[in-house]
Design a protein around this ligand. Structure first.
Ligand code: ZN
Length: 562
């Protein structure tokens, strides 16, 4: 008996052999081997032969899945030069229904209808169609939100949703807008205008913020799983623009507070040619563009890049050519009698004062003397006038990523009637330019004759060329300073900083007899920083309307953001 208590490991080799060949032990081994073969067979049956059965268990164990609604767009932001989103995205509450968490659908529809004043049949129909979470496109009032939160109905949640264009969204005409339905249908995550459209393929992408819950593989609620938010905007690419949100805001405020209803303003940085602000009036609602479709004054138009008759802001262009090519001498004196007759046409100039009398060339520009400029223009071959405008960036699109941009109109190269040349020399007739083109040209005056294509988005190359000599540039700078010191542009003087520039009043045809008003110039006088172009469509005259608005914008920029 004592031997029987010894373990297998304590048996001697002889004893072991004797034990292995014991017939009872052999039966035990045979039984265990058979059981093992049966086990292997069952494994093969379930794993290979009856694989769907196997998968069912795998699913239940591992495929808990997320059911969610997007709470933002899978889309990058449009940033200002300091990385601030120009569209000021914000959040608002939306109602989301989670069908997996609803027990009795009829009861659910009744409860919701009582809470938010919506037909319970609509809720019932929606629940019949949908098995995944969906948003109710009804903005609940504060009162309704309190009741919804207080009632805590399973399957109904108030979740935050990002509004891409917040209340203070800036530079709306530059940014453009995304289709309003994009929050409900990802296929509508498409930019319809402005940078949103131009950079569609860059901006779209990433993982949006989501609001959701986890359910079993079969879509049933997992007890205890709540509704949660997932972090968003992963892997989205933002677009860095040159716009400065503070300056853009100041310009938009100045335009909004002015008496004009239609117009535009552009601010360029003198040193770099970067666009710091580009604003257009009237504004429109980016979240609901459909509301602005039939409003008067076409709010969708980006007037800063559309073309209009320039009036006298065109005179500096004629003068730079005349000086460069020697069609006029810097010390020349002109005699203005208040009227010029060209062919059968009579053009007036300062008629109420009987003309400007004897004026120097600088005074002719500072006083915006039509007589002197018609005389100068008629000395220049017409094809040279048109060629020069093309070289200076007019009559063609500037290289900026906005499809809405106009080319502007220039006369066909070739012979022109004297009357047409006279009109062209003072910015009238068959001639239109955009406020952005005007700002670029005036920037070349303050930059020693060096023209640079404006930049709107960082990383896009800037084309540069020398238009005219430094001597011509300095002559123009002095004449345009004379304009704001004691000439026709006095209302544009920025107190404490000074300014220089040119007024323009362009006659218009058609629905209204009011003229286009312009002022283009720079500020401050010492170490100029900003070129500003102000355009007021069919609103009045340059000296009375656009010049004071230029001053206001200059004050905002230099006093608030020196
Ligand atoms: Zn005159």
């Amino acid at each position: 008996m004592a031997e029987r208590k010894r373990s297998l490991y304590t048996l001697s080799k002889h004893e072991l052999n004797a034990t292995v060949f014991d017939p009872r032990i052999k039966q035990v081994f045979l039984f265990l081997g058979g059981a093992f073969i049966v086990f292997l067979g069952l494994m093969a049956y379930y794993q290979i032969v009856h694989s769907s059965f196997g998968n069912r268990y795998v699913k239940s164990a591992f495929l808990q899945r997320r059911e969610s609604v997007p709470a933002s767009l899978a889309r990058g932001y449009l940033l200002d030069t300091n990385g601030v989103p120009l569209h000021y995205p914000c959040w608002h509450p939306v109602l989301v229904v989670f069908p997996s968490k609803i027990g009795d659908k009829d009861l659910f529809a009744k409860k919701i209808a009582a809470l938010i004043c919506v037909d319970e049949n609509l809720i019932r129909e929606a629940l019949e169609d949908r098995t995944t979470p969906f948003k109710i496109t009804l903005e609940p009032s504060l009162f309704e939100m309190e009741r919804i939160i207080g009632s805590a109905i399973p399957g109904l949640a108030l979740v935050p949703e990002e509004i891409r264009y917040g209340y203070g969204s800036l530079a709306r005409h530059v940014l453009g807008y995304v289709r309003p339905n994009a929050y409900l249908n990802p296929e509508d995550n498409v930019g319809e205008s402005g940078l949103e459209s131009w950079y569609q393929s860059v901006l779209i992408g990433g993982i949006p913020t989501w609001a959701g819950t986890f359910v079993t593989g079969e879509g049933a609620e997992i007890p205890g799983s709540g509704i949660r938010m997932g972090s968003g905007r992963e892997h989205s690419t933002d677009l860095l623009t040159t716009l400065d949100a503070r300056i853009q805001l100041g310009v938009e405020q100045a335009l909004g507070e002015s008496e004009i209803s239609k117009g535009a303003a552009v601010v360029l940085e003198v040193e770099t040619g970067e666009i710091l602000a580009l604003a257009s009036l009237p504004q429109y609602n980016q979240n609901h563009p459909e509301d602005s479709l039939f409003l008067p004054d076409s709010p969708f138009l980006n007037r800063a890049i559309l073309d209009f008759a320039p009036g006298s802001i065109w005179k500096p262009l004629v003068l730079t050519l005349a000086l460069e090519k020697g069609y006029v001498a810097p010390d020349e004196i002109f005699e203005c009698k208040g009227q010029v007759t060209v062919g059968s046409a009579v053009v007036n100039c300062a008629l109420s004062r009987g003309g400007h009398g004897r004026v120097t060339l600088k005074e002719a520009l500072a006083q915006s003397c039509n007589s002197a400029f018609i005389e100068i223009g008629l000395r220049i071959p017409p094809e040279e006038l048109v060629d020069w405008a093309l070289k200076c960036g007019f009559g063609r699109r500037l290289s900026i990523p906005l499809a809405e941009q106009s080319e502007g109109l220039l006369p066909e190269p070739g012979p022109m009637l004297d009357g047409d040349v006279a009109n062209y020399s003072i910015g009238q007739g068959y001639l239109t330019i955009t406020p952005l083109q005007a700002a670029c040209f005036f920037r070349s005056i303050v930059s020693g004759g060096n023209w640079i294509n404006p930049t709107l988005v960082r990383g896009t190359g800037a084309e540069e060329r020398v238009l005219f000599s430094d001597a011509t540039a300095v002559f123009l700078q002095e004449a345009l300073l004379l304009s704001t010191l004691e000439g026709i542009g006095k209302a544009a003087w920025v107190s404490g900083y000074g300014s220089a520039g040119k007024t323009g009043t362009a006659e218009t045809e058609g629905e209204s007899s009011l003229d286009h008003a312009w002022f283009v110039g720079w500020t401050p006088i010492l170490a100029p920083k900003y070129v500003i172009c102000v355009f007021c469509e069919r609103s009045g005259t340059g000296p009375s309307l656009a010049a004071p608005l230029f001053r206001r914008i200059g004050e905002i920029m230099l006093l608030q953001y020196p």
